[in-house]
Design a protein around this ligand. Structure first.
Ligand SMILES: *Cc1c(COP(=O)(O)O)cnc(C)c1O
Ligand code: SF4
Length: 348
């Protein structure tokens, strides 16, 4: 069979069986790499090279999509994508100053199940507690998701909280990763938000377009669109190697849908704490149509101390990238301070 013949055959099958737009990404979600053995096999590394810890993985399991693993460099145990997901012994060391809730997201900041409201004018809706990938430095790795899950009725009371507060002009879908939710659930939530007159902007904080780019489909983009709302997608990418051709395509689809597309990253020791990696990340993102938004100092979450880069070094790196890149490719260097009215920018 020649190439043209097989393409025709494919078209026929698409025409007869209605395509399920969620099929590919849901299949990728069911086929995650969750064992060190699978990781070793994919990366051609011996188990002793990996630096694996069963104990660390018990507290926060290994979870990484195959397409993200495919972007790691085989044979390199220090690969910057691998180090973001690998459960290692260093996580088990207790470090003073590192705790379960570094950003102050419980108590008054959590006024309703599934809502984190810390800043004026905008709040987070925790759509789901799950993610396609487990990032070892995640500041919500100890978050009480079980206490923040909403039933259908509770969602409606969460929406009442937003309806009652006319100062809220922006709702940020977060999690977990909000795009783990299906298109129908997202479409319903967005439709409800669009009916609240003071809500003008919808923001989505997600890593899925980076880790499973097939998640971005026309159906998803329609679900996140409304004539009443401007939509902003903030992806999370820490190293230029994360952005391959498929990820670029996903980004282009988002932009072609008229959405603003920004990136936030975390400054991580051993992963992107050098000028070449940070400059490369901004340039790669811009080639793919994304503007850098924030570069976060690590939130001091228990288990992640080995990723910390000091504020002084972060500022020095930031000065160097500012002296290298055009201003629009320099992310704002920020730190989250519990109780502060916004992210705190580090002085230059
Ligand atoms: C980071 C964050 C936001 C968004 O802050 P921006 O500076 O607008 O990007 C909103 N609410 C909470 C609770 C946050 O942690
Ligand atoms: S995708 Fe985001 S929320 Fe999920 S583990 Fe990674 S940093 Fe945490």
């Amino acid at each position: 069979m020649n190439a043209i013949g097989s393409r025709n055959r494919q078209q026929v099958s698409i025409a007869t069986a209605p395509a399920d737009p969620e099929r590919d990404w849901r299949a990728a979600m069911r086929d995650l790499v969750t064992s060190p053995a699978a990781l070793c096999e994919a990366l051609q590394l011996g188990p002793e090279q990996l630096g694996w810890s069963d104990e660390a993985a018990k507290a926060f399991p290994l979870r990484v999509p195959r397409s993200f693993v495919a972007r790691m460099v085989p044979g390199d145990p220090r690969d910057p994508l691998l180090l973001q997901v690998l459960a290692g012994d260093l996580e088990l060391q207790a470090t003073p100053g590192f705790g379960p809730d570094p950003t102050g997201e419980t108590g008054a900041a959590n006024p309703h199940r599934g809502i984190i409201h810390k800043y004026r004018g905008r709040l987070l809706l925790l759509v789901t507690g799950s993610c396609a990938i487990h990032c070892r430095y995640c500041f919500r790795r100890h978050f009480p998701y079980a206490d923040n899950q909403n039933s259908r009725d509770e969602w409606s009371s969460a929406l009442d909280y937003i309806r009652r507060d006319p100062s809220i002009s922006e709702v940020i879908l977060s999690g977990g990763d909000p795009l783990v939710a299906g298109d129908a659930q997202l479409a319903e939530l967005v439709a409800q938000l669009a009916m609240i007159p003071h809500v003008r902007r919808l923001r989505v904080h997600t890593r899925l377009p980076v880790v499973i780019p097939q998640r971005v489909t026309p159906e998803l983009l329609d679900a996140l669109s409304s004539p009443q709302l401007q939509t902003v997608i903030v992806v999370h990418c820490n190293h230029g190697n994360e952005v391959d051709g498929e990820v670029s395509t996903a980004f282009r689809m988002i932009r072609e849908h008229g959405m603003t597309l920004l990136n936030q990253s975390v400054l991580l020791a051993g992963i992107n704490d050098n000028v070449a990696a940070l400059v490369g990340l901004s340039e790669r993102l811009f080639e793919a149509g994304v503007l850098p938004y924030y570069l976060h100092l690590l939130d001091r979450v228990a288990g992640a101390a080995h990723f910390e880069v000091s504020a002084e070094r972060a500022q020095a790196l930031h000065r160097e990238i500012s002296a290298t890149l055009p201003g629009y490719l320099v992310p704002r260097l920020v730190r989250e301070v519990a109780g502060a009215p916004a992210k705190v920018m580090l002085p230059v």
